[in-house]
Structures are given as C-alpha cells and as structure tokens.
Design a protein around this ligand. Structure first.
Ligand SMILES: *Cc1c(COP(=O)(O)O)cnc(C)c1O
Length: 413
C-alpha cells in the first residue's frame, strides 16, 4: 500500500500520493483518536458532541410509524418531503418572522454537514476566498478546500470582564469587527458564519451580527450561516438569525439541523433556507452528493419541528443546568472557564493549571483523570492562538457529568 505521503515504487521513482493535494493537509479527525483513547482507557468521553440519551419518545415513534407506513422508504423527492419543507418554513416564520416558500426556498439535506458542503461547492469558483470565524467546525476547512476556495480565518478573541460592581469574572470569545473588515478583499465571495458558535459557546450579539450584515451588504457578499444550535441558548442570550437583518435575506443561506435540537444526531436531517435562486444553486451540488437521504426520518422531524414551545424550553433548561454543573466543576478543578451562552460545549483555558499545550494536555488527561476532552487548536489555522484552550461537551447524562467533575478535581496541584 502507498501511504498518503507517497512512497517509492520498485523502480525507485516517487509515486504520486493517493490522496489529492486539496485534502492531504486534513489527516484523520481528532475525534477518532480521542474516542479510541477513551475506549482504551475506560475514560468518560466528553470529546465528541453527541447526546448519550435519545430525543423525545414521540419523535422516535413518528419515525417508526413512517417506516411501517411505507413513507420515505423509497427515494423521497429531491428537495425533501413536502411535510418537512412546510414544517421548516413554518418554524422560520413562527420563531423569527422569516417567510420562505416551502416549494422553492427550502431544501432538505443529509444533515447540516451536507448543506455546508453543497453550499460551498455550489457558490465558490476556484480561488474565491471564504472568510470564516476561527476556531471553526472541522468540516468547514475541508469543504472550502474541496470547492477549491481559500479560507481566510478571522479569530474570535478571548475576552475577560467583570460585573459593573466588581463581582464575578465573565469570559467570552468575541468577534473583532476591525479584523473582520480587514479580512474581506476583492476576492471574497462568502462569509461563513456560525452562531451559536462551536467550539467557543459564543452567541454573536445583535451588535456583532449587525456589523457582519452591514459589511456583507456593503461588499455585496454571500453569507452562509450555520445555525444548528439555534435552540440551545442559555440565560438571557438570544439567537438572532442573520437573515433577519436589513439586506440579508436575499444574500443569506441559513443552515439548520434536527440532530442537535432533537438529540437524534444519527438521523442526519438538515435543511437550507434561502431565496429560490440560492436554494437552486445549493440543490445543483446536493443532487450529486447524496441526491436524497433519511426518508422516514424526514417525516419524524416534520413532527418534531411542530412540538410545542414547552419542548424547546425544557430541553434548553435541562442543557443549561448541565452547562452549570460542568462549568462549575471545571472552575473548581482549576480551569479558567468560558461559560458558554449556547451550544453543547464549554471551552476552558488550561494555563491556571500550569499547562499551555492543549494537545499534550488532552493526550495525557485520560491517564491522569479518566476524562477525554478535545484541544481547540485543531479548530484553528493559527494553532498558537488556540493552544491553551480545551473543549468539554456537556450534552451527557447528569451522573456522567458528576463523575467527570469528581475525577477532574484531582488535577490541581
Ligand atoms: C454538529 C454540527 C454540524 C453537523 O450537523 P449534522 O446535522 O449532524 O450534519 C454542523 N455545524 C456545527 C457547528 C455542528 O456543531
């Protein structure tokens, strides 16, 4: 076998690497290494972000019913089943006052992952630049590369403040608007935004979003916005879709997903909402990736989206309590905690523990404490900027988080 870095053939000449140059830099995802480490050491895996309990029973039953009734067992329609497209349109209207035509302005995808890939493959010409918030979700860089684009990271910077009355410390990763403005060039085609943001847990504020919108309008950019954590916001944080800002609906591809909102990450049902012309472009790429997927699950997700507000509220409350449990436990263990305003994740700074290399820390943590976490540096181009940060997932059962917290208390020296 040839390795991806190329190896000599019998004649001694260097053979061409199997993996093409666009993908060679990406290697294997860190989640594979860390999950294997978790199994080998019997550690609690707070690395990958998937819930350890399934979503609502009635939604699971809806999938069983669809499957038994023979709905979706054969290729569903290319744009998605009408029931789900209607449910997505109704959801956008009910939550945000955004109006989309279910027939022409909604597209169902194989999770948000395919929506991101299809959008970038559809919208980019080779050489186009994509400005994306760093650290970023791991598929962004690879999809930009597959589309022949060039990524231009804008780094979210850690910020520390205190209450007006000199009380508690608040830490948050925030967008430097000047840095964002400077990143846009004549070659920029797409702004790729993610809010609520994985891995930092930041929810972009109205001011930040408004500045992004103004820039997009001023420079006539397309915006692809990954809002898969739209329902997972805590305290008084508010998720505001970018498409609601002036001049944005017509240039914005909004991406949603059932995986995180309903705790069925294996179903891979996602969607795009955008004006017909943009949806048409994304569909052009999507039809040759999966064509269609998740037939019976599409009907179940249509029902899930119509669940009463009480479902979304109780899920949010439950997750918020878990965030508090893990954040407080990590703080007690000596980490500097960036208490997240949204998502499944809490980012920590390991420097108060006398550490500075997140990679080394995460590789040693299973042996030291029996817990697996992810070094945020894997989500950065500027690795040094992410070096001291480590991400823990809290979408786990309470007892699991309690046990993890207990194990981590022995870290401080
Ligand atoms: C989990 C996640 C996705 C992938 O969503 P799927 O619907 O499972 O494909 C996309 N973006 C972000 C930021 C995520 O955290």
């Amino acid at each position: 076998m040839t390795s991806s870095s190329g190896s000599p053939d019998p004649s001694g000449a260097q053979r061409r690497p199997l993996l093409n140059r666009r993908l060679a830099e990406f290697g294997t995802t860190i989640f594979a290494e860390m999950s294997a480490l978790a199994v080998r050491t019997g550690s609690i895996n707070l690395g990958q972000g998937f819930p350890d309990t399934d979503g609502p029973e009635e939604v699971r039953e809806a999938a069983v019913r669809a499957l038994r009734d023979g709905r979706g067992n054969q290729y569903p329609p290319g744009p998605g089943v009408p029931e789900l497209r209607q449910a997505v349109a109704t959801h956008q209207q009910r939550r945000y006052g955004l109006s989309y035509d279910p027939d022409t302005e909604v597209l169902v995808t194989a999770g948000a992952t395919e929506a991101i890939a299809a959008a970038l493959l559809a919208l980019l010409e080779p050489g186009d630049e994509v400005v994306a918030l760093e650290p970023y979700y791991d598929s962004y860089a690879a999809c930009i590369a597959m589309a022949g684009g060039t990524r231009v990271p804008v780094t979210l910077r850690p910020h520390e403040g205190t209450d007006g009355d000199g009380g508690a410390v608040h830490r948050r990763f925030r967008l430097d608007l000047d840095e964002l403005r400077d990143a846009v060039t004549g070659r920029t085609r797409v702004l790729l935004i993610n809010t609520p943001h994985n891995p930092t847990g930041t929810v972009l504020t109205r001011e930040e979003l408004s500045a992004i919108a103004e820039l997009a309008v001023e420079r006539d950019l397309l915006v692809v916005t990954d809002e898969v954590y739209e329902h997972l916001v805590f305290d008084d944080a508010e998720h505001i879709p970018l498409a609601t800002f002036p001049g944005m609906r017509e240039r914005t591809v909004t991406i949603g997903s059932a995986g995180k909102t309903f705790s069925f990450t294996g179903w891979k049902v996602g969607w795009v909402t955008a004006p017909a012309e943009l949806v048409g472009a994304v569909r052009s790429a999507k039809q040759f990736l999966t064509y269609v997927s998740s037939g019976p699950f599409q009907y179940a997700v249509a029902e899930a989206l119509a669940l009463p507000d009480a479902y979304f509220e109780s899920f949010r409350q439950d997750l918020q309590a878990k965030r508090d449990l893990l954040s407080e436990g990590l703080a007690e263990a000596g980490f500097a905690v960036y208490r997240p305003a949204g998502t499944y994740f809490v980012t920590t700074d390991i420097r108060p523990l006398g550490e500075s290399d997140g990679f080394a820390f995460c590789r040693a943590l299973p042996e030291r404490a029996g817990v697996v976490a992810i070094p945020n540096a894997v989500f950065y181009d500027h690795r040094a900027a992410g070096a001291p940060f480590v991400r823990f997932a809290f979408c786990k059962q309470r007892e699991v988080l309690e046990e993890a917290v207990k194990r981590l208390q022995h870290l401080a020296y």
